[in-house]
Design a protein around this ligand. Structure first.
Ligand code: ZN
Length: 448
């Protein structure tokens, strides 16, 4: 049956906000959008339908988080205030030594619970264990699970590729129409030149989307340009030979012909003007994770300049082991304030534009813009409703401003993925949250 969702405001993103609006959903697809009386009249002519009244809320396209690490959810708040290199070492060690596969699965599932409660309907996840695949499929999320591959030693490249293929084949058995597998050759300091080439060929053969952590830090840049700094030091200690290419990470990936598969490049904090030109030329996409970058003191990615030059940029929270929350409203608000503060321009990134970054921008970054990202007839019904009834939101003069300037993920009252309500404002429909909370706490206890 068709359902009509009535809401004080509907924000289609592709069109101006509608006051007292409604969206009709049938078989997971949006069949009408407009002022409530018009939508109601249209549906009445077609047959029976049911109504859900969301009240004083803003109904938006589902939020798209283009970069997360769901399996690391159990480490939220555990590794705060460590330097980036101490953080990554500690995290890798804890993941390998303390967490059993079942713990990572619980961790990823709890990450999905948080996402659904936060109005996130699509995630670009990056992980090593494959746990996110089960969590996203079971939780009813949409997205891509990028399987990581590592290997800086040239001689081990073929073995790493074989390993990757085995993992991808196993994950592909769990794919459905919402969740797809991708691959992630982690970063230029953990993946050799040869492995990048092999993985890129493999991605083309199997039509697998690719994401790469790129140009994240000054340490990475020192390593790429001179082979120096803490990363070079760490490799020398392990007796691993590294010939620094002497160029930026993005230039390196371009020279290696890796950008031909239009990867999603995560961070790009150190991107230069020339780099941005290369991103635009190749059609590479970017995951902007400003809170994670700020937390590690890495700086601010030139995301606005990228957008201006036609590069597709989506917003990512990164893992909650660095950012602490999967809250795309908070991430977007931070994005706006950060770019205004650093560029001294109070007209940058108005609320309506930030809402586009959170929805259609993210959909584009993951190649899903034909299916989701706006509330338009014919698109799949991924919808999020944010209550604007709270004391901190009233009165509402502009619903986009109310979302971006005075709301948070805690105000989300409905999350729907392709017509299926996965969070109804009270409980997540796809998991037993209480049981999962206990399991998460048990897993967390293993880390101390
Ligand atoms: Zn990351």
């Amino acid at each position: 049956m068709t359902t009509l969702y009535a809401s004080k405001w509907v924000l289609p993103v592709s069109a101006p906000p509608i006051t007292n609006g409604a969206v009709a959903v049938h078989n997971g697809v949006i069949t009408a959008v407009g002022p409530e009386p018009e939508v109601r009249e249209k549906l009445a002519q077609e047959g029976p339908f049911q109504t859900v009244n969301l009240g004083e809320a803003a109904l938006c396209p589902g939020f798209v988080n283009v970069h997360a690490h769901l399996e690391l959810t159990v480490m939220r708040g555990l590794l705060d205030d460590l330097s980036f290199h101490a953080w990554i070492r500690k995290l890798t060690q804890l993941r390998a030594e303390r967490l059993r596969p079942v713990d990572l699965q619980v961790s990823a599932r709890w990450g999905v619970v948080e996402a659904l409660r936060s109005g996130v309907t699509t995630i670009g996840d990056t992980g090593d264990s494959g746990a996110a695949m089960d969590a996203m499929v079971t939780g009813g999320l949409r997205g891509t699970v990028f399987q990581e591959v590592f290997g800086i030693e040239m001689l081990k490249a073929k073995r790493s590729l074989t390993d990757l293929k085995r993992k991808v084949n196993a994950m592909r058995r769990q794919e459905n129409s919402l969740v797809k597998v991708g691959i992630s050759p982690h970063a230029p300091y953990t993946v050799s030149k040869l492995l990048y080439q092999l993985v890129t060929e493999y991605s083309e053969e199997e039509k697998l989307p690719v994401c790469i952590h790129a140009a994240e830090s000054l340490a990475e840049e020192d390593f790429m340009r001179q082979g120096m700094g803490p990363i070079g030091e760490a490799l020398r200690k392990r007796d691993i030979k590294w010939d620094a290419p002497g160029v930026s990470t993005i230039r390196y990936l371009s020279d290696l012909n890796v950008l031909r598969v239009k990867p999603l490049l995560i961070h790009c904090v150190r991107a230069t003007e020339e780099d941005i030109g290369l991103l635009a030329l190749w059609g590479a996409r970017v995951a902007h994770c400003p809170k994670s970058n700020a937390k590690f003191g890495h700086g601010i990615a030139p995301a606005l300049q990228m957008r201006k030059r036609g590069v597709t940029v989506g917003l990512g929270t990164d893992s909650v082991a660095s950012n602490n929350v999967c809250d795309l409203i908070d991430e977007a608000r931070f994005t706006g304030l950060l770019h205004r503060a650093s560029q001294g321009d109070d007209r940058l990134l108005p609320a309506s534009e930030l809402l586009e970054w959170m929805t259609l921008g993210g959909a584009r970054a993951l190649g899903l813009e034909n299916r989701i990202g706006t509330i338009d007839v014919g698109k799949e019904a991924d919808l999020t409703a944010v209550s604007l009834a709270g004391a901190h939101n009233q009165p509402v003069h502009d619903p986009a401003v109310a979302i971006l300037a005075s709301s948070s993920a805690r105000d989300v009252v409905l999350t729907m993925v392709r017509g299926r309500v996965v969070f109804d404002g009270q409980t997540v429909q796809t998991f037993d949250e209480n049981r999962l909370r206990n399991q998460l706490q048990d897993a967390a206890a293993r880390l101390i």
